[in-house]
Design a protein around this ligand. Structure first.
Ligand SMILES: Nc1nc2c(ncn2[C@@H]2O[C@H](COP(=O)(O)OP(=O)(O)O)[C@@H](O)[C@H]2O)c(=O)[nH]1
Ligand SMILES: [Mg+2]
Length: 462
């Protein structure tokens, strides 16, 4: 990890806090509307479930202009929590909000978390819980669910398990879940869920790693945490949190940059950690902590026409780049699929009376998915696209950022297909399709290993 750049203000806070046993870290960027609730839930969880541990809540903010930090400071004091819960904790609960320093000029969720790791290490905590600041569905029990496996079970990394609406978590469903599972053999269903438990040992391990990049300072942080825990041989489990309800994002309009940061990171780490995945076949379950939950998460809208249109447009502007990153057969199939997307999208626009500007189309999610229902992007083609990217990422000649940016339209095509395929089924049934795709990634892994090994031999020969 880059040299620590803790600001004097952060050092001062550390000196003031001394030591702690359990810490809740909350990264934020313009979350004034929602962070107060998250802080109250975190404080209540610490007081209710760990009255004998020394607790601290740390908000690592981007210097948000909306007063996020102020909300944290002004949130009801711990005395209030003690009154409503009728608990008398043995230790005072501290609450801190600070502005994190950028890392090599880059700020983001990861930079916020790095400051959180450094504070957790300096305070010598046994367990660190990190939760997002836009959560609506967090309850005090989440603090126990995320730290209990560490404090009681000897685990080092606790990944979340949530009920998410079938169209939420598309980067997870299409890339990070199936790829983490097929590469490293662990079925971690939400490797980038955002809400994690980390042991003191693992926090210290994170701070020794030297593979931090700009993407990790941003949204690459979650997959970096999960992958580094797996590659480091740490004990990993999952915990059942119920529903994840947070600020919604449409995969077609909001998730492009996040996709690039997450997928750039997972590919780079795959290249780095070849020794941890080359020999792994199949996968195994990862233990899950906490009582089962039966919850229907709220729906989310997706502009499928736009997804297909971006896929098709991508094929016209990026074909050459796609040719340099995909195997010839994969390229051919992807180009055909992009052609399908263009044709089927055009017919659907005419039918729905939508002009060229699909981004502002007013048709509903269901109407759009129905109108383009003939489109299908098969699982195994998608797995080969991702595997081709890993092989291409080996070669430093190809800048990863460019490759991953060029992958975005293909990802949109794949997500469009997922929405179409699941338009008439429940979230549970859509889950079966995510599992089917994950099994496909495992089944086609020999394709990756073969191409990877061939690329190595070719490099050796060259
Ligand atoms: N400090 C900081 N936090 C950020 C930044 N961007 C996002 N976050 C936080 O990271 C968490 C997850 O971000 P969000 O946009 O909800 O992403 P998603 O839920 O994973 O799609 C939230 O708590 C955000 O406030 C940033 O630039 N700086
Ligand atoms: Mg969110």
């Amino acid at each position: 990890m880059p040299e620590t750049a803790l600001t004097p203000a952060v050092r001062e806070q550390i000196a003031r806090l001394g030591e702690a046993d359990i810490m809740v870290g909350i990264p934020s960027f313009k979350n004034a509307a929602t962070i107060g609730y998250v802080v109250r839930a975190a404080q209540a969880g610490l007081v209710q479930y760990f009255p004998d541990l020394r607790p601290v809540v740390v908000n690592s903010d981007a210097g948000s202009p909306d007063g996020t930090g102020r909300v944290v400071i002004d949130t009801e004091p711990p005395d209030y929590i003690e009154q409503i819960l009728l608990v008398r904790p043995s230790h005072k609960l501290s609450r801190v909000s600070l502005t994190y320093p950028e890392i090599d000029g880059v700020g983001g969720k990861g930079a916020a978390l790095r400051t959180i790791f450094e504070i957790a290490a300096a305070l010598k905590v046994q367990a660190l819980v990190v939760v997002d600041s836009d959560l609506r569905s967090i309850v005090p029990e989440w603090i126990e669910l995320l730290s209990g496996p560490i404090l009681k079970g000897g685990y080092d990394f606790v990944a979340p398990l949530y009920a998410r609406y079938k169209y939420d978590g598309t980067i997870t469903n299409t890339v990070t879940y199936p790829l983490t599972r097929a590469l490293y053999g662990h079925r971690i269903r939400q490797p980038i869920g955002g809400d994690f438990g980390v042991s003191g040992d693992l926090v210290r391990h994170y701070l020794t790693l030297d593979d931090w990049t700009d993407d990790v300072s941003k949204f690459g942080i979650d997959i970096w945490m999960t992958t580094s825990a797996l590659a480091g041989g740490f004990a990993v489990c999952q915990t059942r949190l119920g529903a994840k309800i947070h600020d919604p994002k449409d995969p077609g309009s909001d998730l492009g940059p996040m996709f690039r940061q997450v997928v750039g990171t997972i590919l780079r780490l795959a290249v780095k950690h070849e020794g941890h995945w080359l020999d792994i076949k199949g996968s195994h379950d990862v233990p899950a902590y906490g009582f089962e939950r039966i919850i229907d998460p709220p729906p989310l809208n997706v502009n499928t026409l736009r997804l297909l249109s971006e896929f098709h447009t991508g094929s016209m502007t990026l074909a050459e780049l796609w040719g340099s990153m995909l195997a010839p057969e994969t390229l051919e199939t992807v180009m055909e699929l992009a052609g399908d997307a263009g044709r089927i999208g055009d017919t659907a626009r005419t039918k729905l009376g939508i002009g060229e500007d699909v981004a502002s189309a007013t048709a509903t999610t269901q109407e759009m998915a129905e109108a383009v229902s003939a489109f299908q992007f098969p699982d195994d083609v998608w797995s080969r696209v991702i595997y081709d990217l890993i092989v291409t990422a080996r070669n430093p000649k190809h800048p990863l950022e460019t490759l991953v940016a060029a992958l975005v339209p293909i990802y949109f095509g794949r997500v469009g297909s997922f929405v179409i395929e699941n338009r008439n089924v429940t979230t549970d049934e859509a889950e079966d399709r995510v599992e089917r795709q994950a099994r496909t990634f495992e089944r086609t892994k020999p394709y990756l290993v073969e191409r990877w090994s061939a690329a190595k031999v070719a490099e050796g020969a060259g």
